[in-house]
Design a protein around this ligand. Structure first.
Ligand code: COA
Length: 379
């Protein structure tokens, strides 16, 4: 039997073209539709980036006004979605809540069975607009709080924070949140996006593809890593009275022990980037601002200690989830809510890929090499 070259994990396999984003591991760069992500994070709102991902170009003023009006009109918590969420235990993982809500929104969508380009664009915008209410309400109900009505005068990020915490958000915090939404929005053929494309390739509908993608994102090797980073910080112990140096030293010891035990430490490493994640410097700058804003230097100590020890031992660099986790923690999000925040952002990238897949579809159906028992017969 000829040896078969198995591409385990599809590592290094190029399966299709995409014009949505370009990841270049050699230069640690990431382009959305040609624009460097750090420029978008510095100069654009998340709404502009969503428009770019879906339409291929940044919006002009009139296009942006029409687009944001559509998003603002779709923010209210769907009453049926609320009923379904209420039927779920408050112990349910927020990613399960998100996944269920995406599915319910699909089943209730007026264009449920229509996968034309116009219908898919409408579904994408509707789902993107609706998800913050789901994520915010789920966090609130776990604290025994009622949902908060959206505010039309606020932009996407400010409204998301408002609906979660019911307080006027501070500009600096809104800015850091906006940056995180932009950085999480798109990353070519990662596991959840590929999942969305596989589902779409069967000519299934957009909500089914997004629901499956949410399932893929939940895992700690993918989106669940931002949550797992915070568990690491908690395991080491966050001590508010501690100096930066003391926290860094404890974190280094923790990392050395973890690596001696051959543990995988979440928030480090990447399938594509081997010399550092292009998004980390921008997110780390946002984290630094939040650490200064909330006056929490001990968190920077833990951050630095883990990063240094990992670099010295294995030269493995942090990925986006590493600075994003503590940033969301400082903002007041529950640790379990971190990955749903990633969902709210990545809906834009997933649906851009879904639309691209529909436009140039071929059923995604790889082969496998059988290594089970030889043919045998029932006695
Ligand atoms: N902690 C400790 N060791 C790590 C590591 C981590 N986070 N990431 C990679 N490594 C080590 C592996 O143990 C392996 O070492 P070995 O060759 O001695 O066995 C080597 O680096 C290669 O790792 P591997 O898991 O084969 O690379 P991959 O490309 O398949 O994995 C990830 C990429 C992201 C799955 C992996 O780095 C990981 O599990 N990271 C933690 C989860 C995470 O943060 N995910 C979010 C990604 S954005």
């Amino acid at each position: 039997m000829a040896a078969v070259d198995i591409k385990k994990g599809l590592a290094g396999v190029v399966v299709d073209y995409t014009a949505v984003s370009k990841v270049n591991p050699d230069t640690n760069s990431l382009l959305y539709r040609g624009y460097p992500v750090q420029e978008l994070a510095a100069k654009c709102s998340f709404e502009e980036v969503a428009y770019l991902l879906w339409n291929g170009e940044l919006p002009n003023e009139a296009q942006l006004a029409e687009f944001t009006a559509r998003e603002r009109a779709g923010r209210a918590l769907d009453p049926v979605v609320k009923q379904v969420i209420d039927a779920l235990p408050t112990t349910a993982h927020p990613m399960d809540v998100c996944r269920t809500a995406a599915s319910v929104l699909g089943a209730r969508h007026e264009l449920a069975e229509d996968s034309s380009p116009e219908a898919n664009m409408k579904k994408a915008i509707d789902l993107w607009a609706a998800m913050p209410a789901v994520v915010a309400y789920d966090q609130r109900r776990r604290h025994g709080q009622e949902p908060v009505e959206p505010r039309e005068e606020l932009d996407y990020s400010a409204n998301f924070l408002w609906m979660t915490f019911g307080e006027d958000p501070v500009d600096e915090v809104v800015e850091a949140f906006n940056v995180s939404m932009i950085l999480y929005a798109e990353h070519s053929f990662n596991a959840s996006t590929f999942t969305a494309r596989v589902v779409t390739s069967t000519l299934s509908d957009l909500h089914s593809a997004v629901t499956a993608a949410i399932g893929a994102l939940k895992g700690p090797l993918h989106g669940g890593a931002n949550e797992a980073v915070m568990h690491t910080f908690d395991e080491i112990g966050i001590r508010s009275e501690e100096s930066l140096e003391e926290a860094a030293s404890r974190a280094k010891t923790w990392m050395e022990d973890a690596l001696a035990q051959k543990k995988k430490v979440m928030g480090f490493g990447h399938r594509v980037y081997k010399h550092g994640d292009s998004r980390v410097p921008t997110m780390k700058a946002a984290l630094d601002k939040m650490i200064a804003h909330y006056g929490r230097p001990e968190l920077l100590g833990l951050y630095n200690g883990l990063e240094q020890a990992m670099d010295e031992a294995k030269a493995i660099k942090p990925n986006l989830d590493y600075p994003a986790g503590p940033t969301y923690h400082l903002m007041g999000f529950d640790t379990q809510t971190f990955t749903p925040l990633f969902v709210a952002s990545r809906i834009t990238g997933w649906t851009a890929h879904i639309m691209e897949q529909v436009a140039s579809n071929s059923l995604i159906r790889p082969l496998s090499e059988y290594n089970g028992p030889e043919e045998r017969h029932v006695p």
